[in-house]
Design a protein around this ligand. Structure first.
Ligand code: ADP
Ligand code: MG
Length: 492
């Protein structure tokens, strides 16, 4: 199937081909015709499956660009508002459709001005409700979209949403998009949708098959070492490390930075400006590793995230789905890696069941394995490095006293030293031990142990007890950009 099979306007077709979209995704295939026929819809599909275009294209295609607000898109966070706005803008601009982005934490004046000229308003619930209630703005959009509806409810926006709808015209087309469909969402749908059609991309289609899901079993105090070792070993193009708490984000940013990675952080307590700078840095590649809390990273669409690391396993399956959905986007492959302590194995099993996938258990590479891995990277690096004038002169000078083979050996030794691996050899549990842990857990089943026991577990922050290796730190930044990415070569 092609986009040209849809009854979309000429200019929208043009912007689709400008965007380089070749084939509609499953949710787009199902949702676009229904929306064009004027139905309300409730659509469920995994993150990263193109939901924005699924509602964006058909509504933009029907707009008149007459200066009134024709479409209202409600999203949970500021970041998503900006992201959806970018996507809508790029598809609507050829048709002369302007967008206004509306969220809290910035001045009202400018936002109100922009709304007056916009065809599409993309807004977070809080600020939108403020503006409507205080009568600072009025609008009668023909299309109203609730994007990432499950997250809005998770974040406690139900009352705001209900209130917002009291200001909207009865004659409208309402579209609800969500990655998951908990009961609360269905209930809300009954209240605001009119004989909706359902679009549901089934699990096998939607649990993004291009994401490899792995978990590693470690002791709590080994998490930092495990994370660093795995980042070193996997050598991600871009990675997101998920934490449960803001304080952990700050701590890990500091720790990973001290290990020589280019690190950024994101959590709810950061100033809006800071968050934007942080996200932009990650998108542009100034930062390779992004440490974030669930809420802060919701819906974040950054291309080329090759790895998602769960520093701690999330409490619930839905968060897990959202987190891993940050990788494997737009047809690329990705890896989701979860660190668990022995008593969190239960949570792994529960999530596997809820999500309907299997995670493979793996063993953290030893120092030796990492060294070998590095070595092959190094050899590739050496083979691909451009020879400079200075290098030629250096060798000439050395040749006065040494033969060429000795010079080569010496230089290789220096490179090797700079790439030394620190940390302890064995981190975490091996397969045999994991097997035993799982058996023990299964035998325990039915005993009176509190199932959510790990929820309130002590959360002791570990001191960084790793040896710091400064030569390696410096070296990492230098090598990083040119080191070919073997693990993810197929994603490039
Ligand atoms: P979701 O809302 O389902 O999480 P998004 O709408 O954010 O997903 O889309 C994820 C990414 O995939 C975006 O970068 C988007 O531009 C891209 N994308 C969407 N549809 C297509 C398509 N048909 N072909 C190629 N890329 C697409
Ligand atoms: Mg989305």
């Amino acid at each position: 199937m092609k986009f040209t099979d849809f009854d979309l306007s000429q200019t929208i077709q043009q912007s689709i081909s400008d965007a380089g979209f070749k084939e509609p995704s499953p949710v787009q295939k199902d949702a676009i015709p229904l929306i064009l026929e004027g139905h309300d819809i409730i659509a469920q599909a995994q993150t990263g499956t193109g939901k924005t275009a699924a509602f964006g294209l058909p509504i933009l295609s029907q707009m008149k660009a007459d200066g009134s607000v024709e479409g209202l898109i409600i999203v949970p966070t500021r970041e998503l508002a900006m992201q959806v706005s970018d996507e809508i803008y790029r598809f609507g601009k050829l048709s002369g459709l302007r967008t206004a982005t509306v969220y809290g934490g910035t001045a009202y004046g400018k936002q109100i001005e922009r709304i007056k000229q916009a065809s599409v308003v993309i807004a977070t619930p809080g600020r939108l409700q403020d503006l409507l209630k205080s009568k600072k703005i009025k609008m009668s959009p023909k299309f109203v979209i609730l994007d990432e509806a499950d997250e809005m409810l998770d974040m406690g926006f139900l009352d705001e949403i209900k209130n917002i709808f009291t200001f909207l015209p009865k004659e409208r087309q309402t579209l609800m998009f969500s990655a998951t469909m908990p009961k609360a969402i269905r209930k809300l749908a009954e209240q605001i949708l009119r004989s909706p059609k359902t679009v549901s991309i089934t699990k096998s289609e939607s649990t993004n098959k291009s994401i490899t899901q792995l978990y590693y079993v470690v002791n709590d105090r080994e998490r930092d070492d495990a994370l660093v070792r795995l980042i070193d070993y996997k050598n991600p193009t871009k990675a997101i490390v998920f934490c449960r708490m803001k304080i952990e984000v700050d701590r890990l940013v500091t720790h990973l930075t001290s290990q020589g990675f280019k690190v950024g952080g994101l959590h709810g307590d950061m100033e809006q400006k800071q968050r934007e700078i942080s996200i932009r840095g990650f998108k542009k590649g100034a930062v390779d590793i992004f440490v974030a809390t669930d809420v802060a990273a919701r819906g974040l669409d950054v291309n080329d995230v090759s790895h998602v690391f769960n520093y701690h396993i999330p409490f619930d399956s839905e968060s897990y789905v959202h987190r891993i959905g940050r990788t494997g986007r737009a047809g690329k492959t990705g890896e989701a890696i979860t660190l668990v302590s022995p008593n969190e194995l239960r949570t792994i099993k529960r999530i596997e069941k809820d999500v309907g996938t299997q995670m493979a258990t793996q063993v953290i590479p030893t120092k030796d394995e990492l060294v070998k891995n590095r070595e092959s990277d190094l050899l590739l690096d050496i083979a691909q490095t451009k020879i400079t004038e200075e290098a030629i002169n250096m060798v000439k000078t050395l040749q006065h006293d040494l033969d060429i083979v000795t010079i080569a050996h010496l230089l290789a030794s220096i490179v090797k030293q700079e790439n030394a691996v620190s940390g302890k050899d064995k981190i975490g549990f091996d397969l045999e031990e994991i097997k035993r842990l799982i058996e023990r857990m299964q035998n325990d089943r039915g005993s009176s142990r509190n199932r959510s026991g790990n929820r309130n577990r002590k959360y002791s922050r570990q001191r960084n007890d790793r040896n710091r290796n400064s030569s390696r730190q410096n070296n990492r930044n230098r090598n990083k950009s040119k080191r070919p990415n073997r693990d993810n070569s197929e994603t490039l």
